[in-house]
Design a protein around this ligand. Sequence first.
Ligand code: PTJ
Length: 244
Amino acid sequence: DVDVPESHPRYESLLTRHRIEAGVDMGITSRQGLIAQGRGEAYDYLLGEETIDSADRAERAAAAYLLSAEHAVISVNGNAAALVPGELVELSEVTGADLEVNLFNRTEERIERIAEYLKQHGAEAVRGLTADGRIPGLDHERAKVDADGIGDADVVLVPLEDGDRAEALGEMGKTELVVDLNPLSRSAQVATVPIVDNIIRAIPAITEHARELHEDRDAQRTAIDSFDASTALTDAEAAIRGGA
Ligand code: PTJ
């Protein structure tokens, strides 16, 4: 168990790290997930471990896309499940988006464990076990999705996605909402909405915006129309370089 004093200047960051470690111990997170977390932490440190203004606008636009979608799906991998299980369930409830477990390093066992973990956190239905659809242009294992889940979705939220898959999903014509602390990563670069923020802060923020935008079609339209992906990426890079 963790024993981090709340007064520690990097309390949040240490708690987050512990959740990823626990995720590996539970068989939810891959060992590569530890490396991904380390990379994320470095960017978060440079961002001041806070949600920058342009990320907040991206979170609002993401909420608007999820609410106005025909069929929105939240893709869940081993890192997202370990870090924000309850928050992902809440976001799916508020927006009506499906939850689908979709892994880069796919094993049936890990998919089942993650689905079970999300159910323990209140999810009623979790997709990803059927895997009868394919993303064109990727090798067999990495291409697997549920045909009536991500396969059918017009809007997909992909936290911490690998660049190849982000690109392939984009080529299928899907609106991609990507959470990634590295504004230079290919996933962030190809996203309709790149959210350069820690998933720990990003998911609750999207939920908050969704609650506010819920009944307001005009405000949803404005959040989408006023968002510019390349400005968001430039702003994030400037913040990291210390220029913002
Ligand atoms: O569970 P799986 O098999 O689907 O595997 C998941 C990982 C994340 C291991 C896999 O997709 C992977 O290897 O991803 P990458 O290529 O390491 O990319 C992860 C990206 O997420 C990097 O750009 C990191 O900077 C970023 N990242 C890491 N932790 C966070 C993050 N972004 C937001 N919040 C974080 N906590």
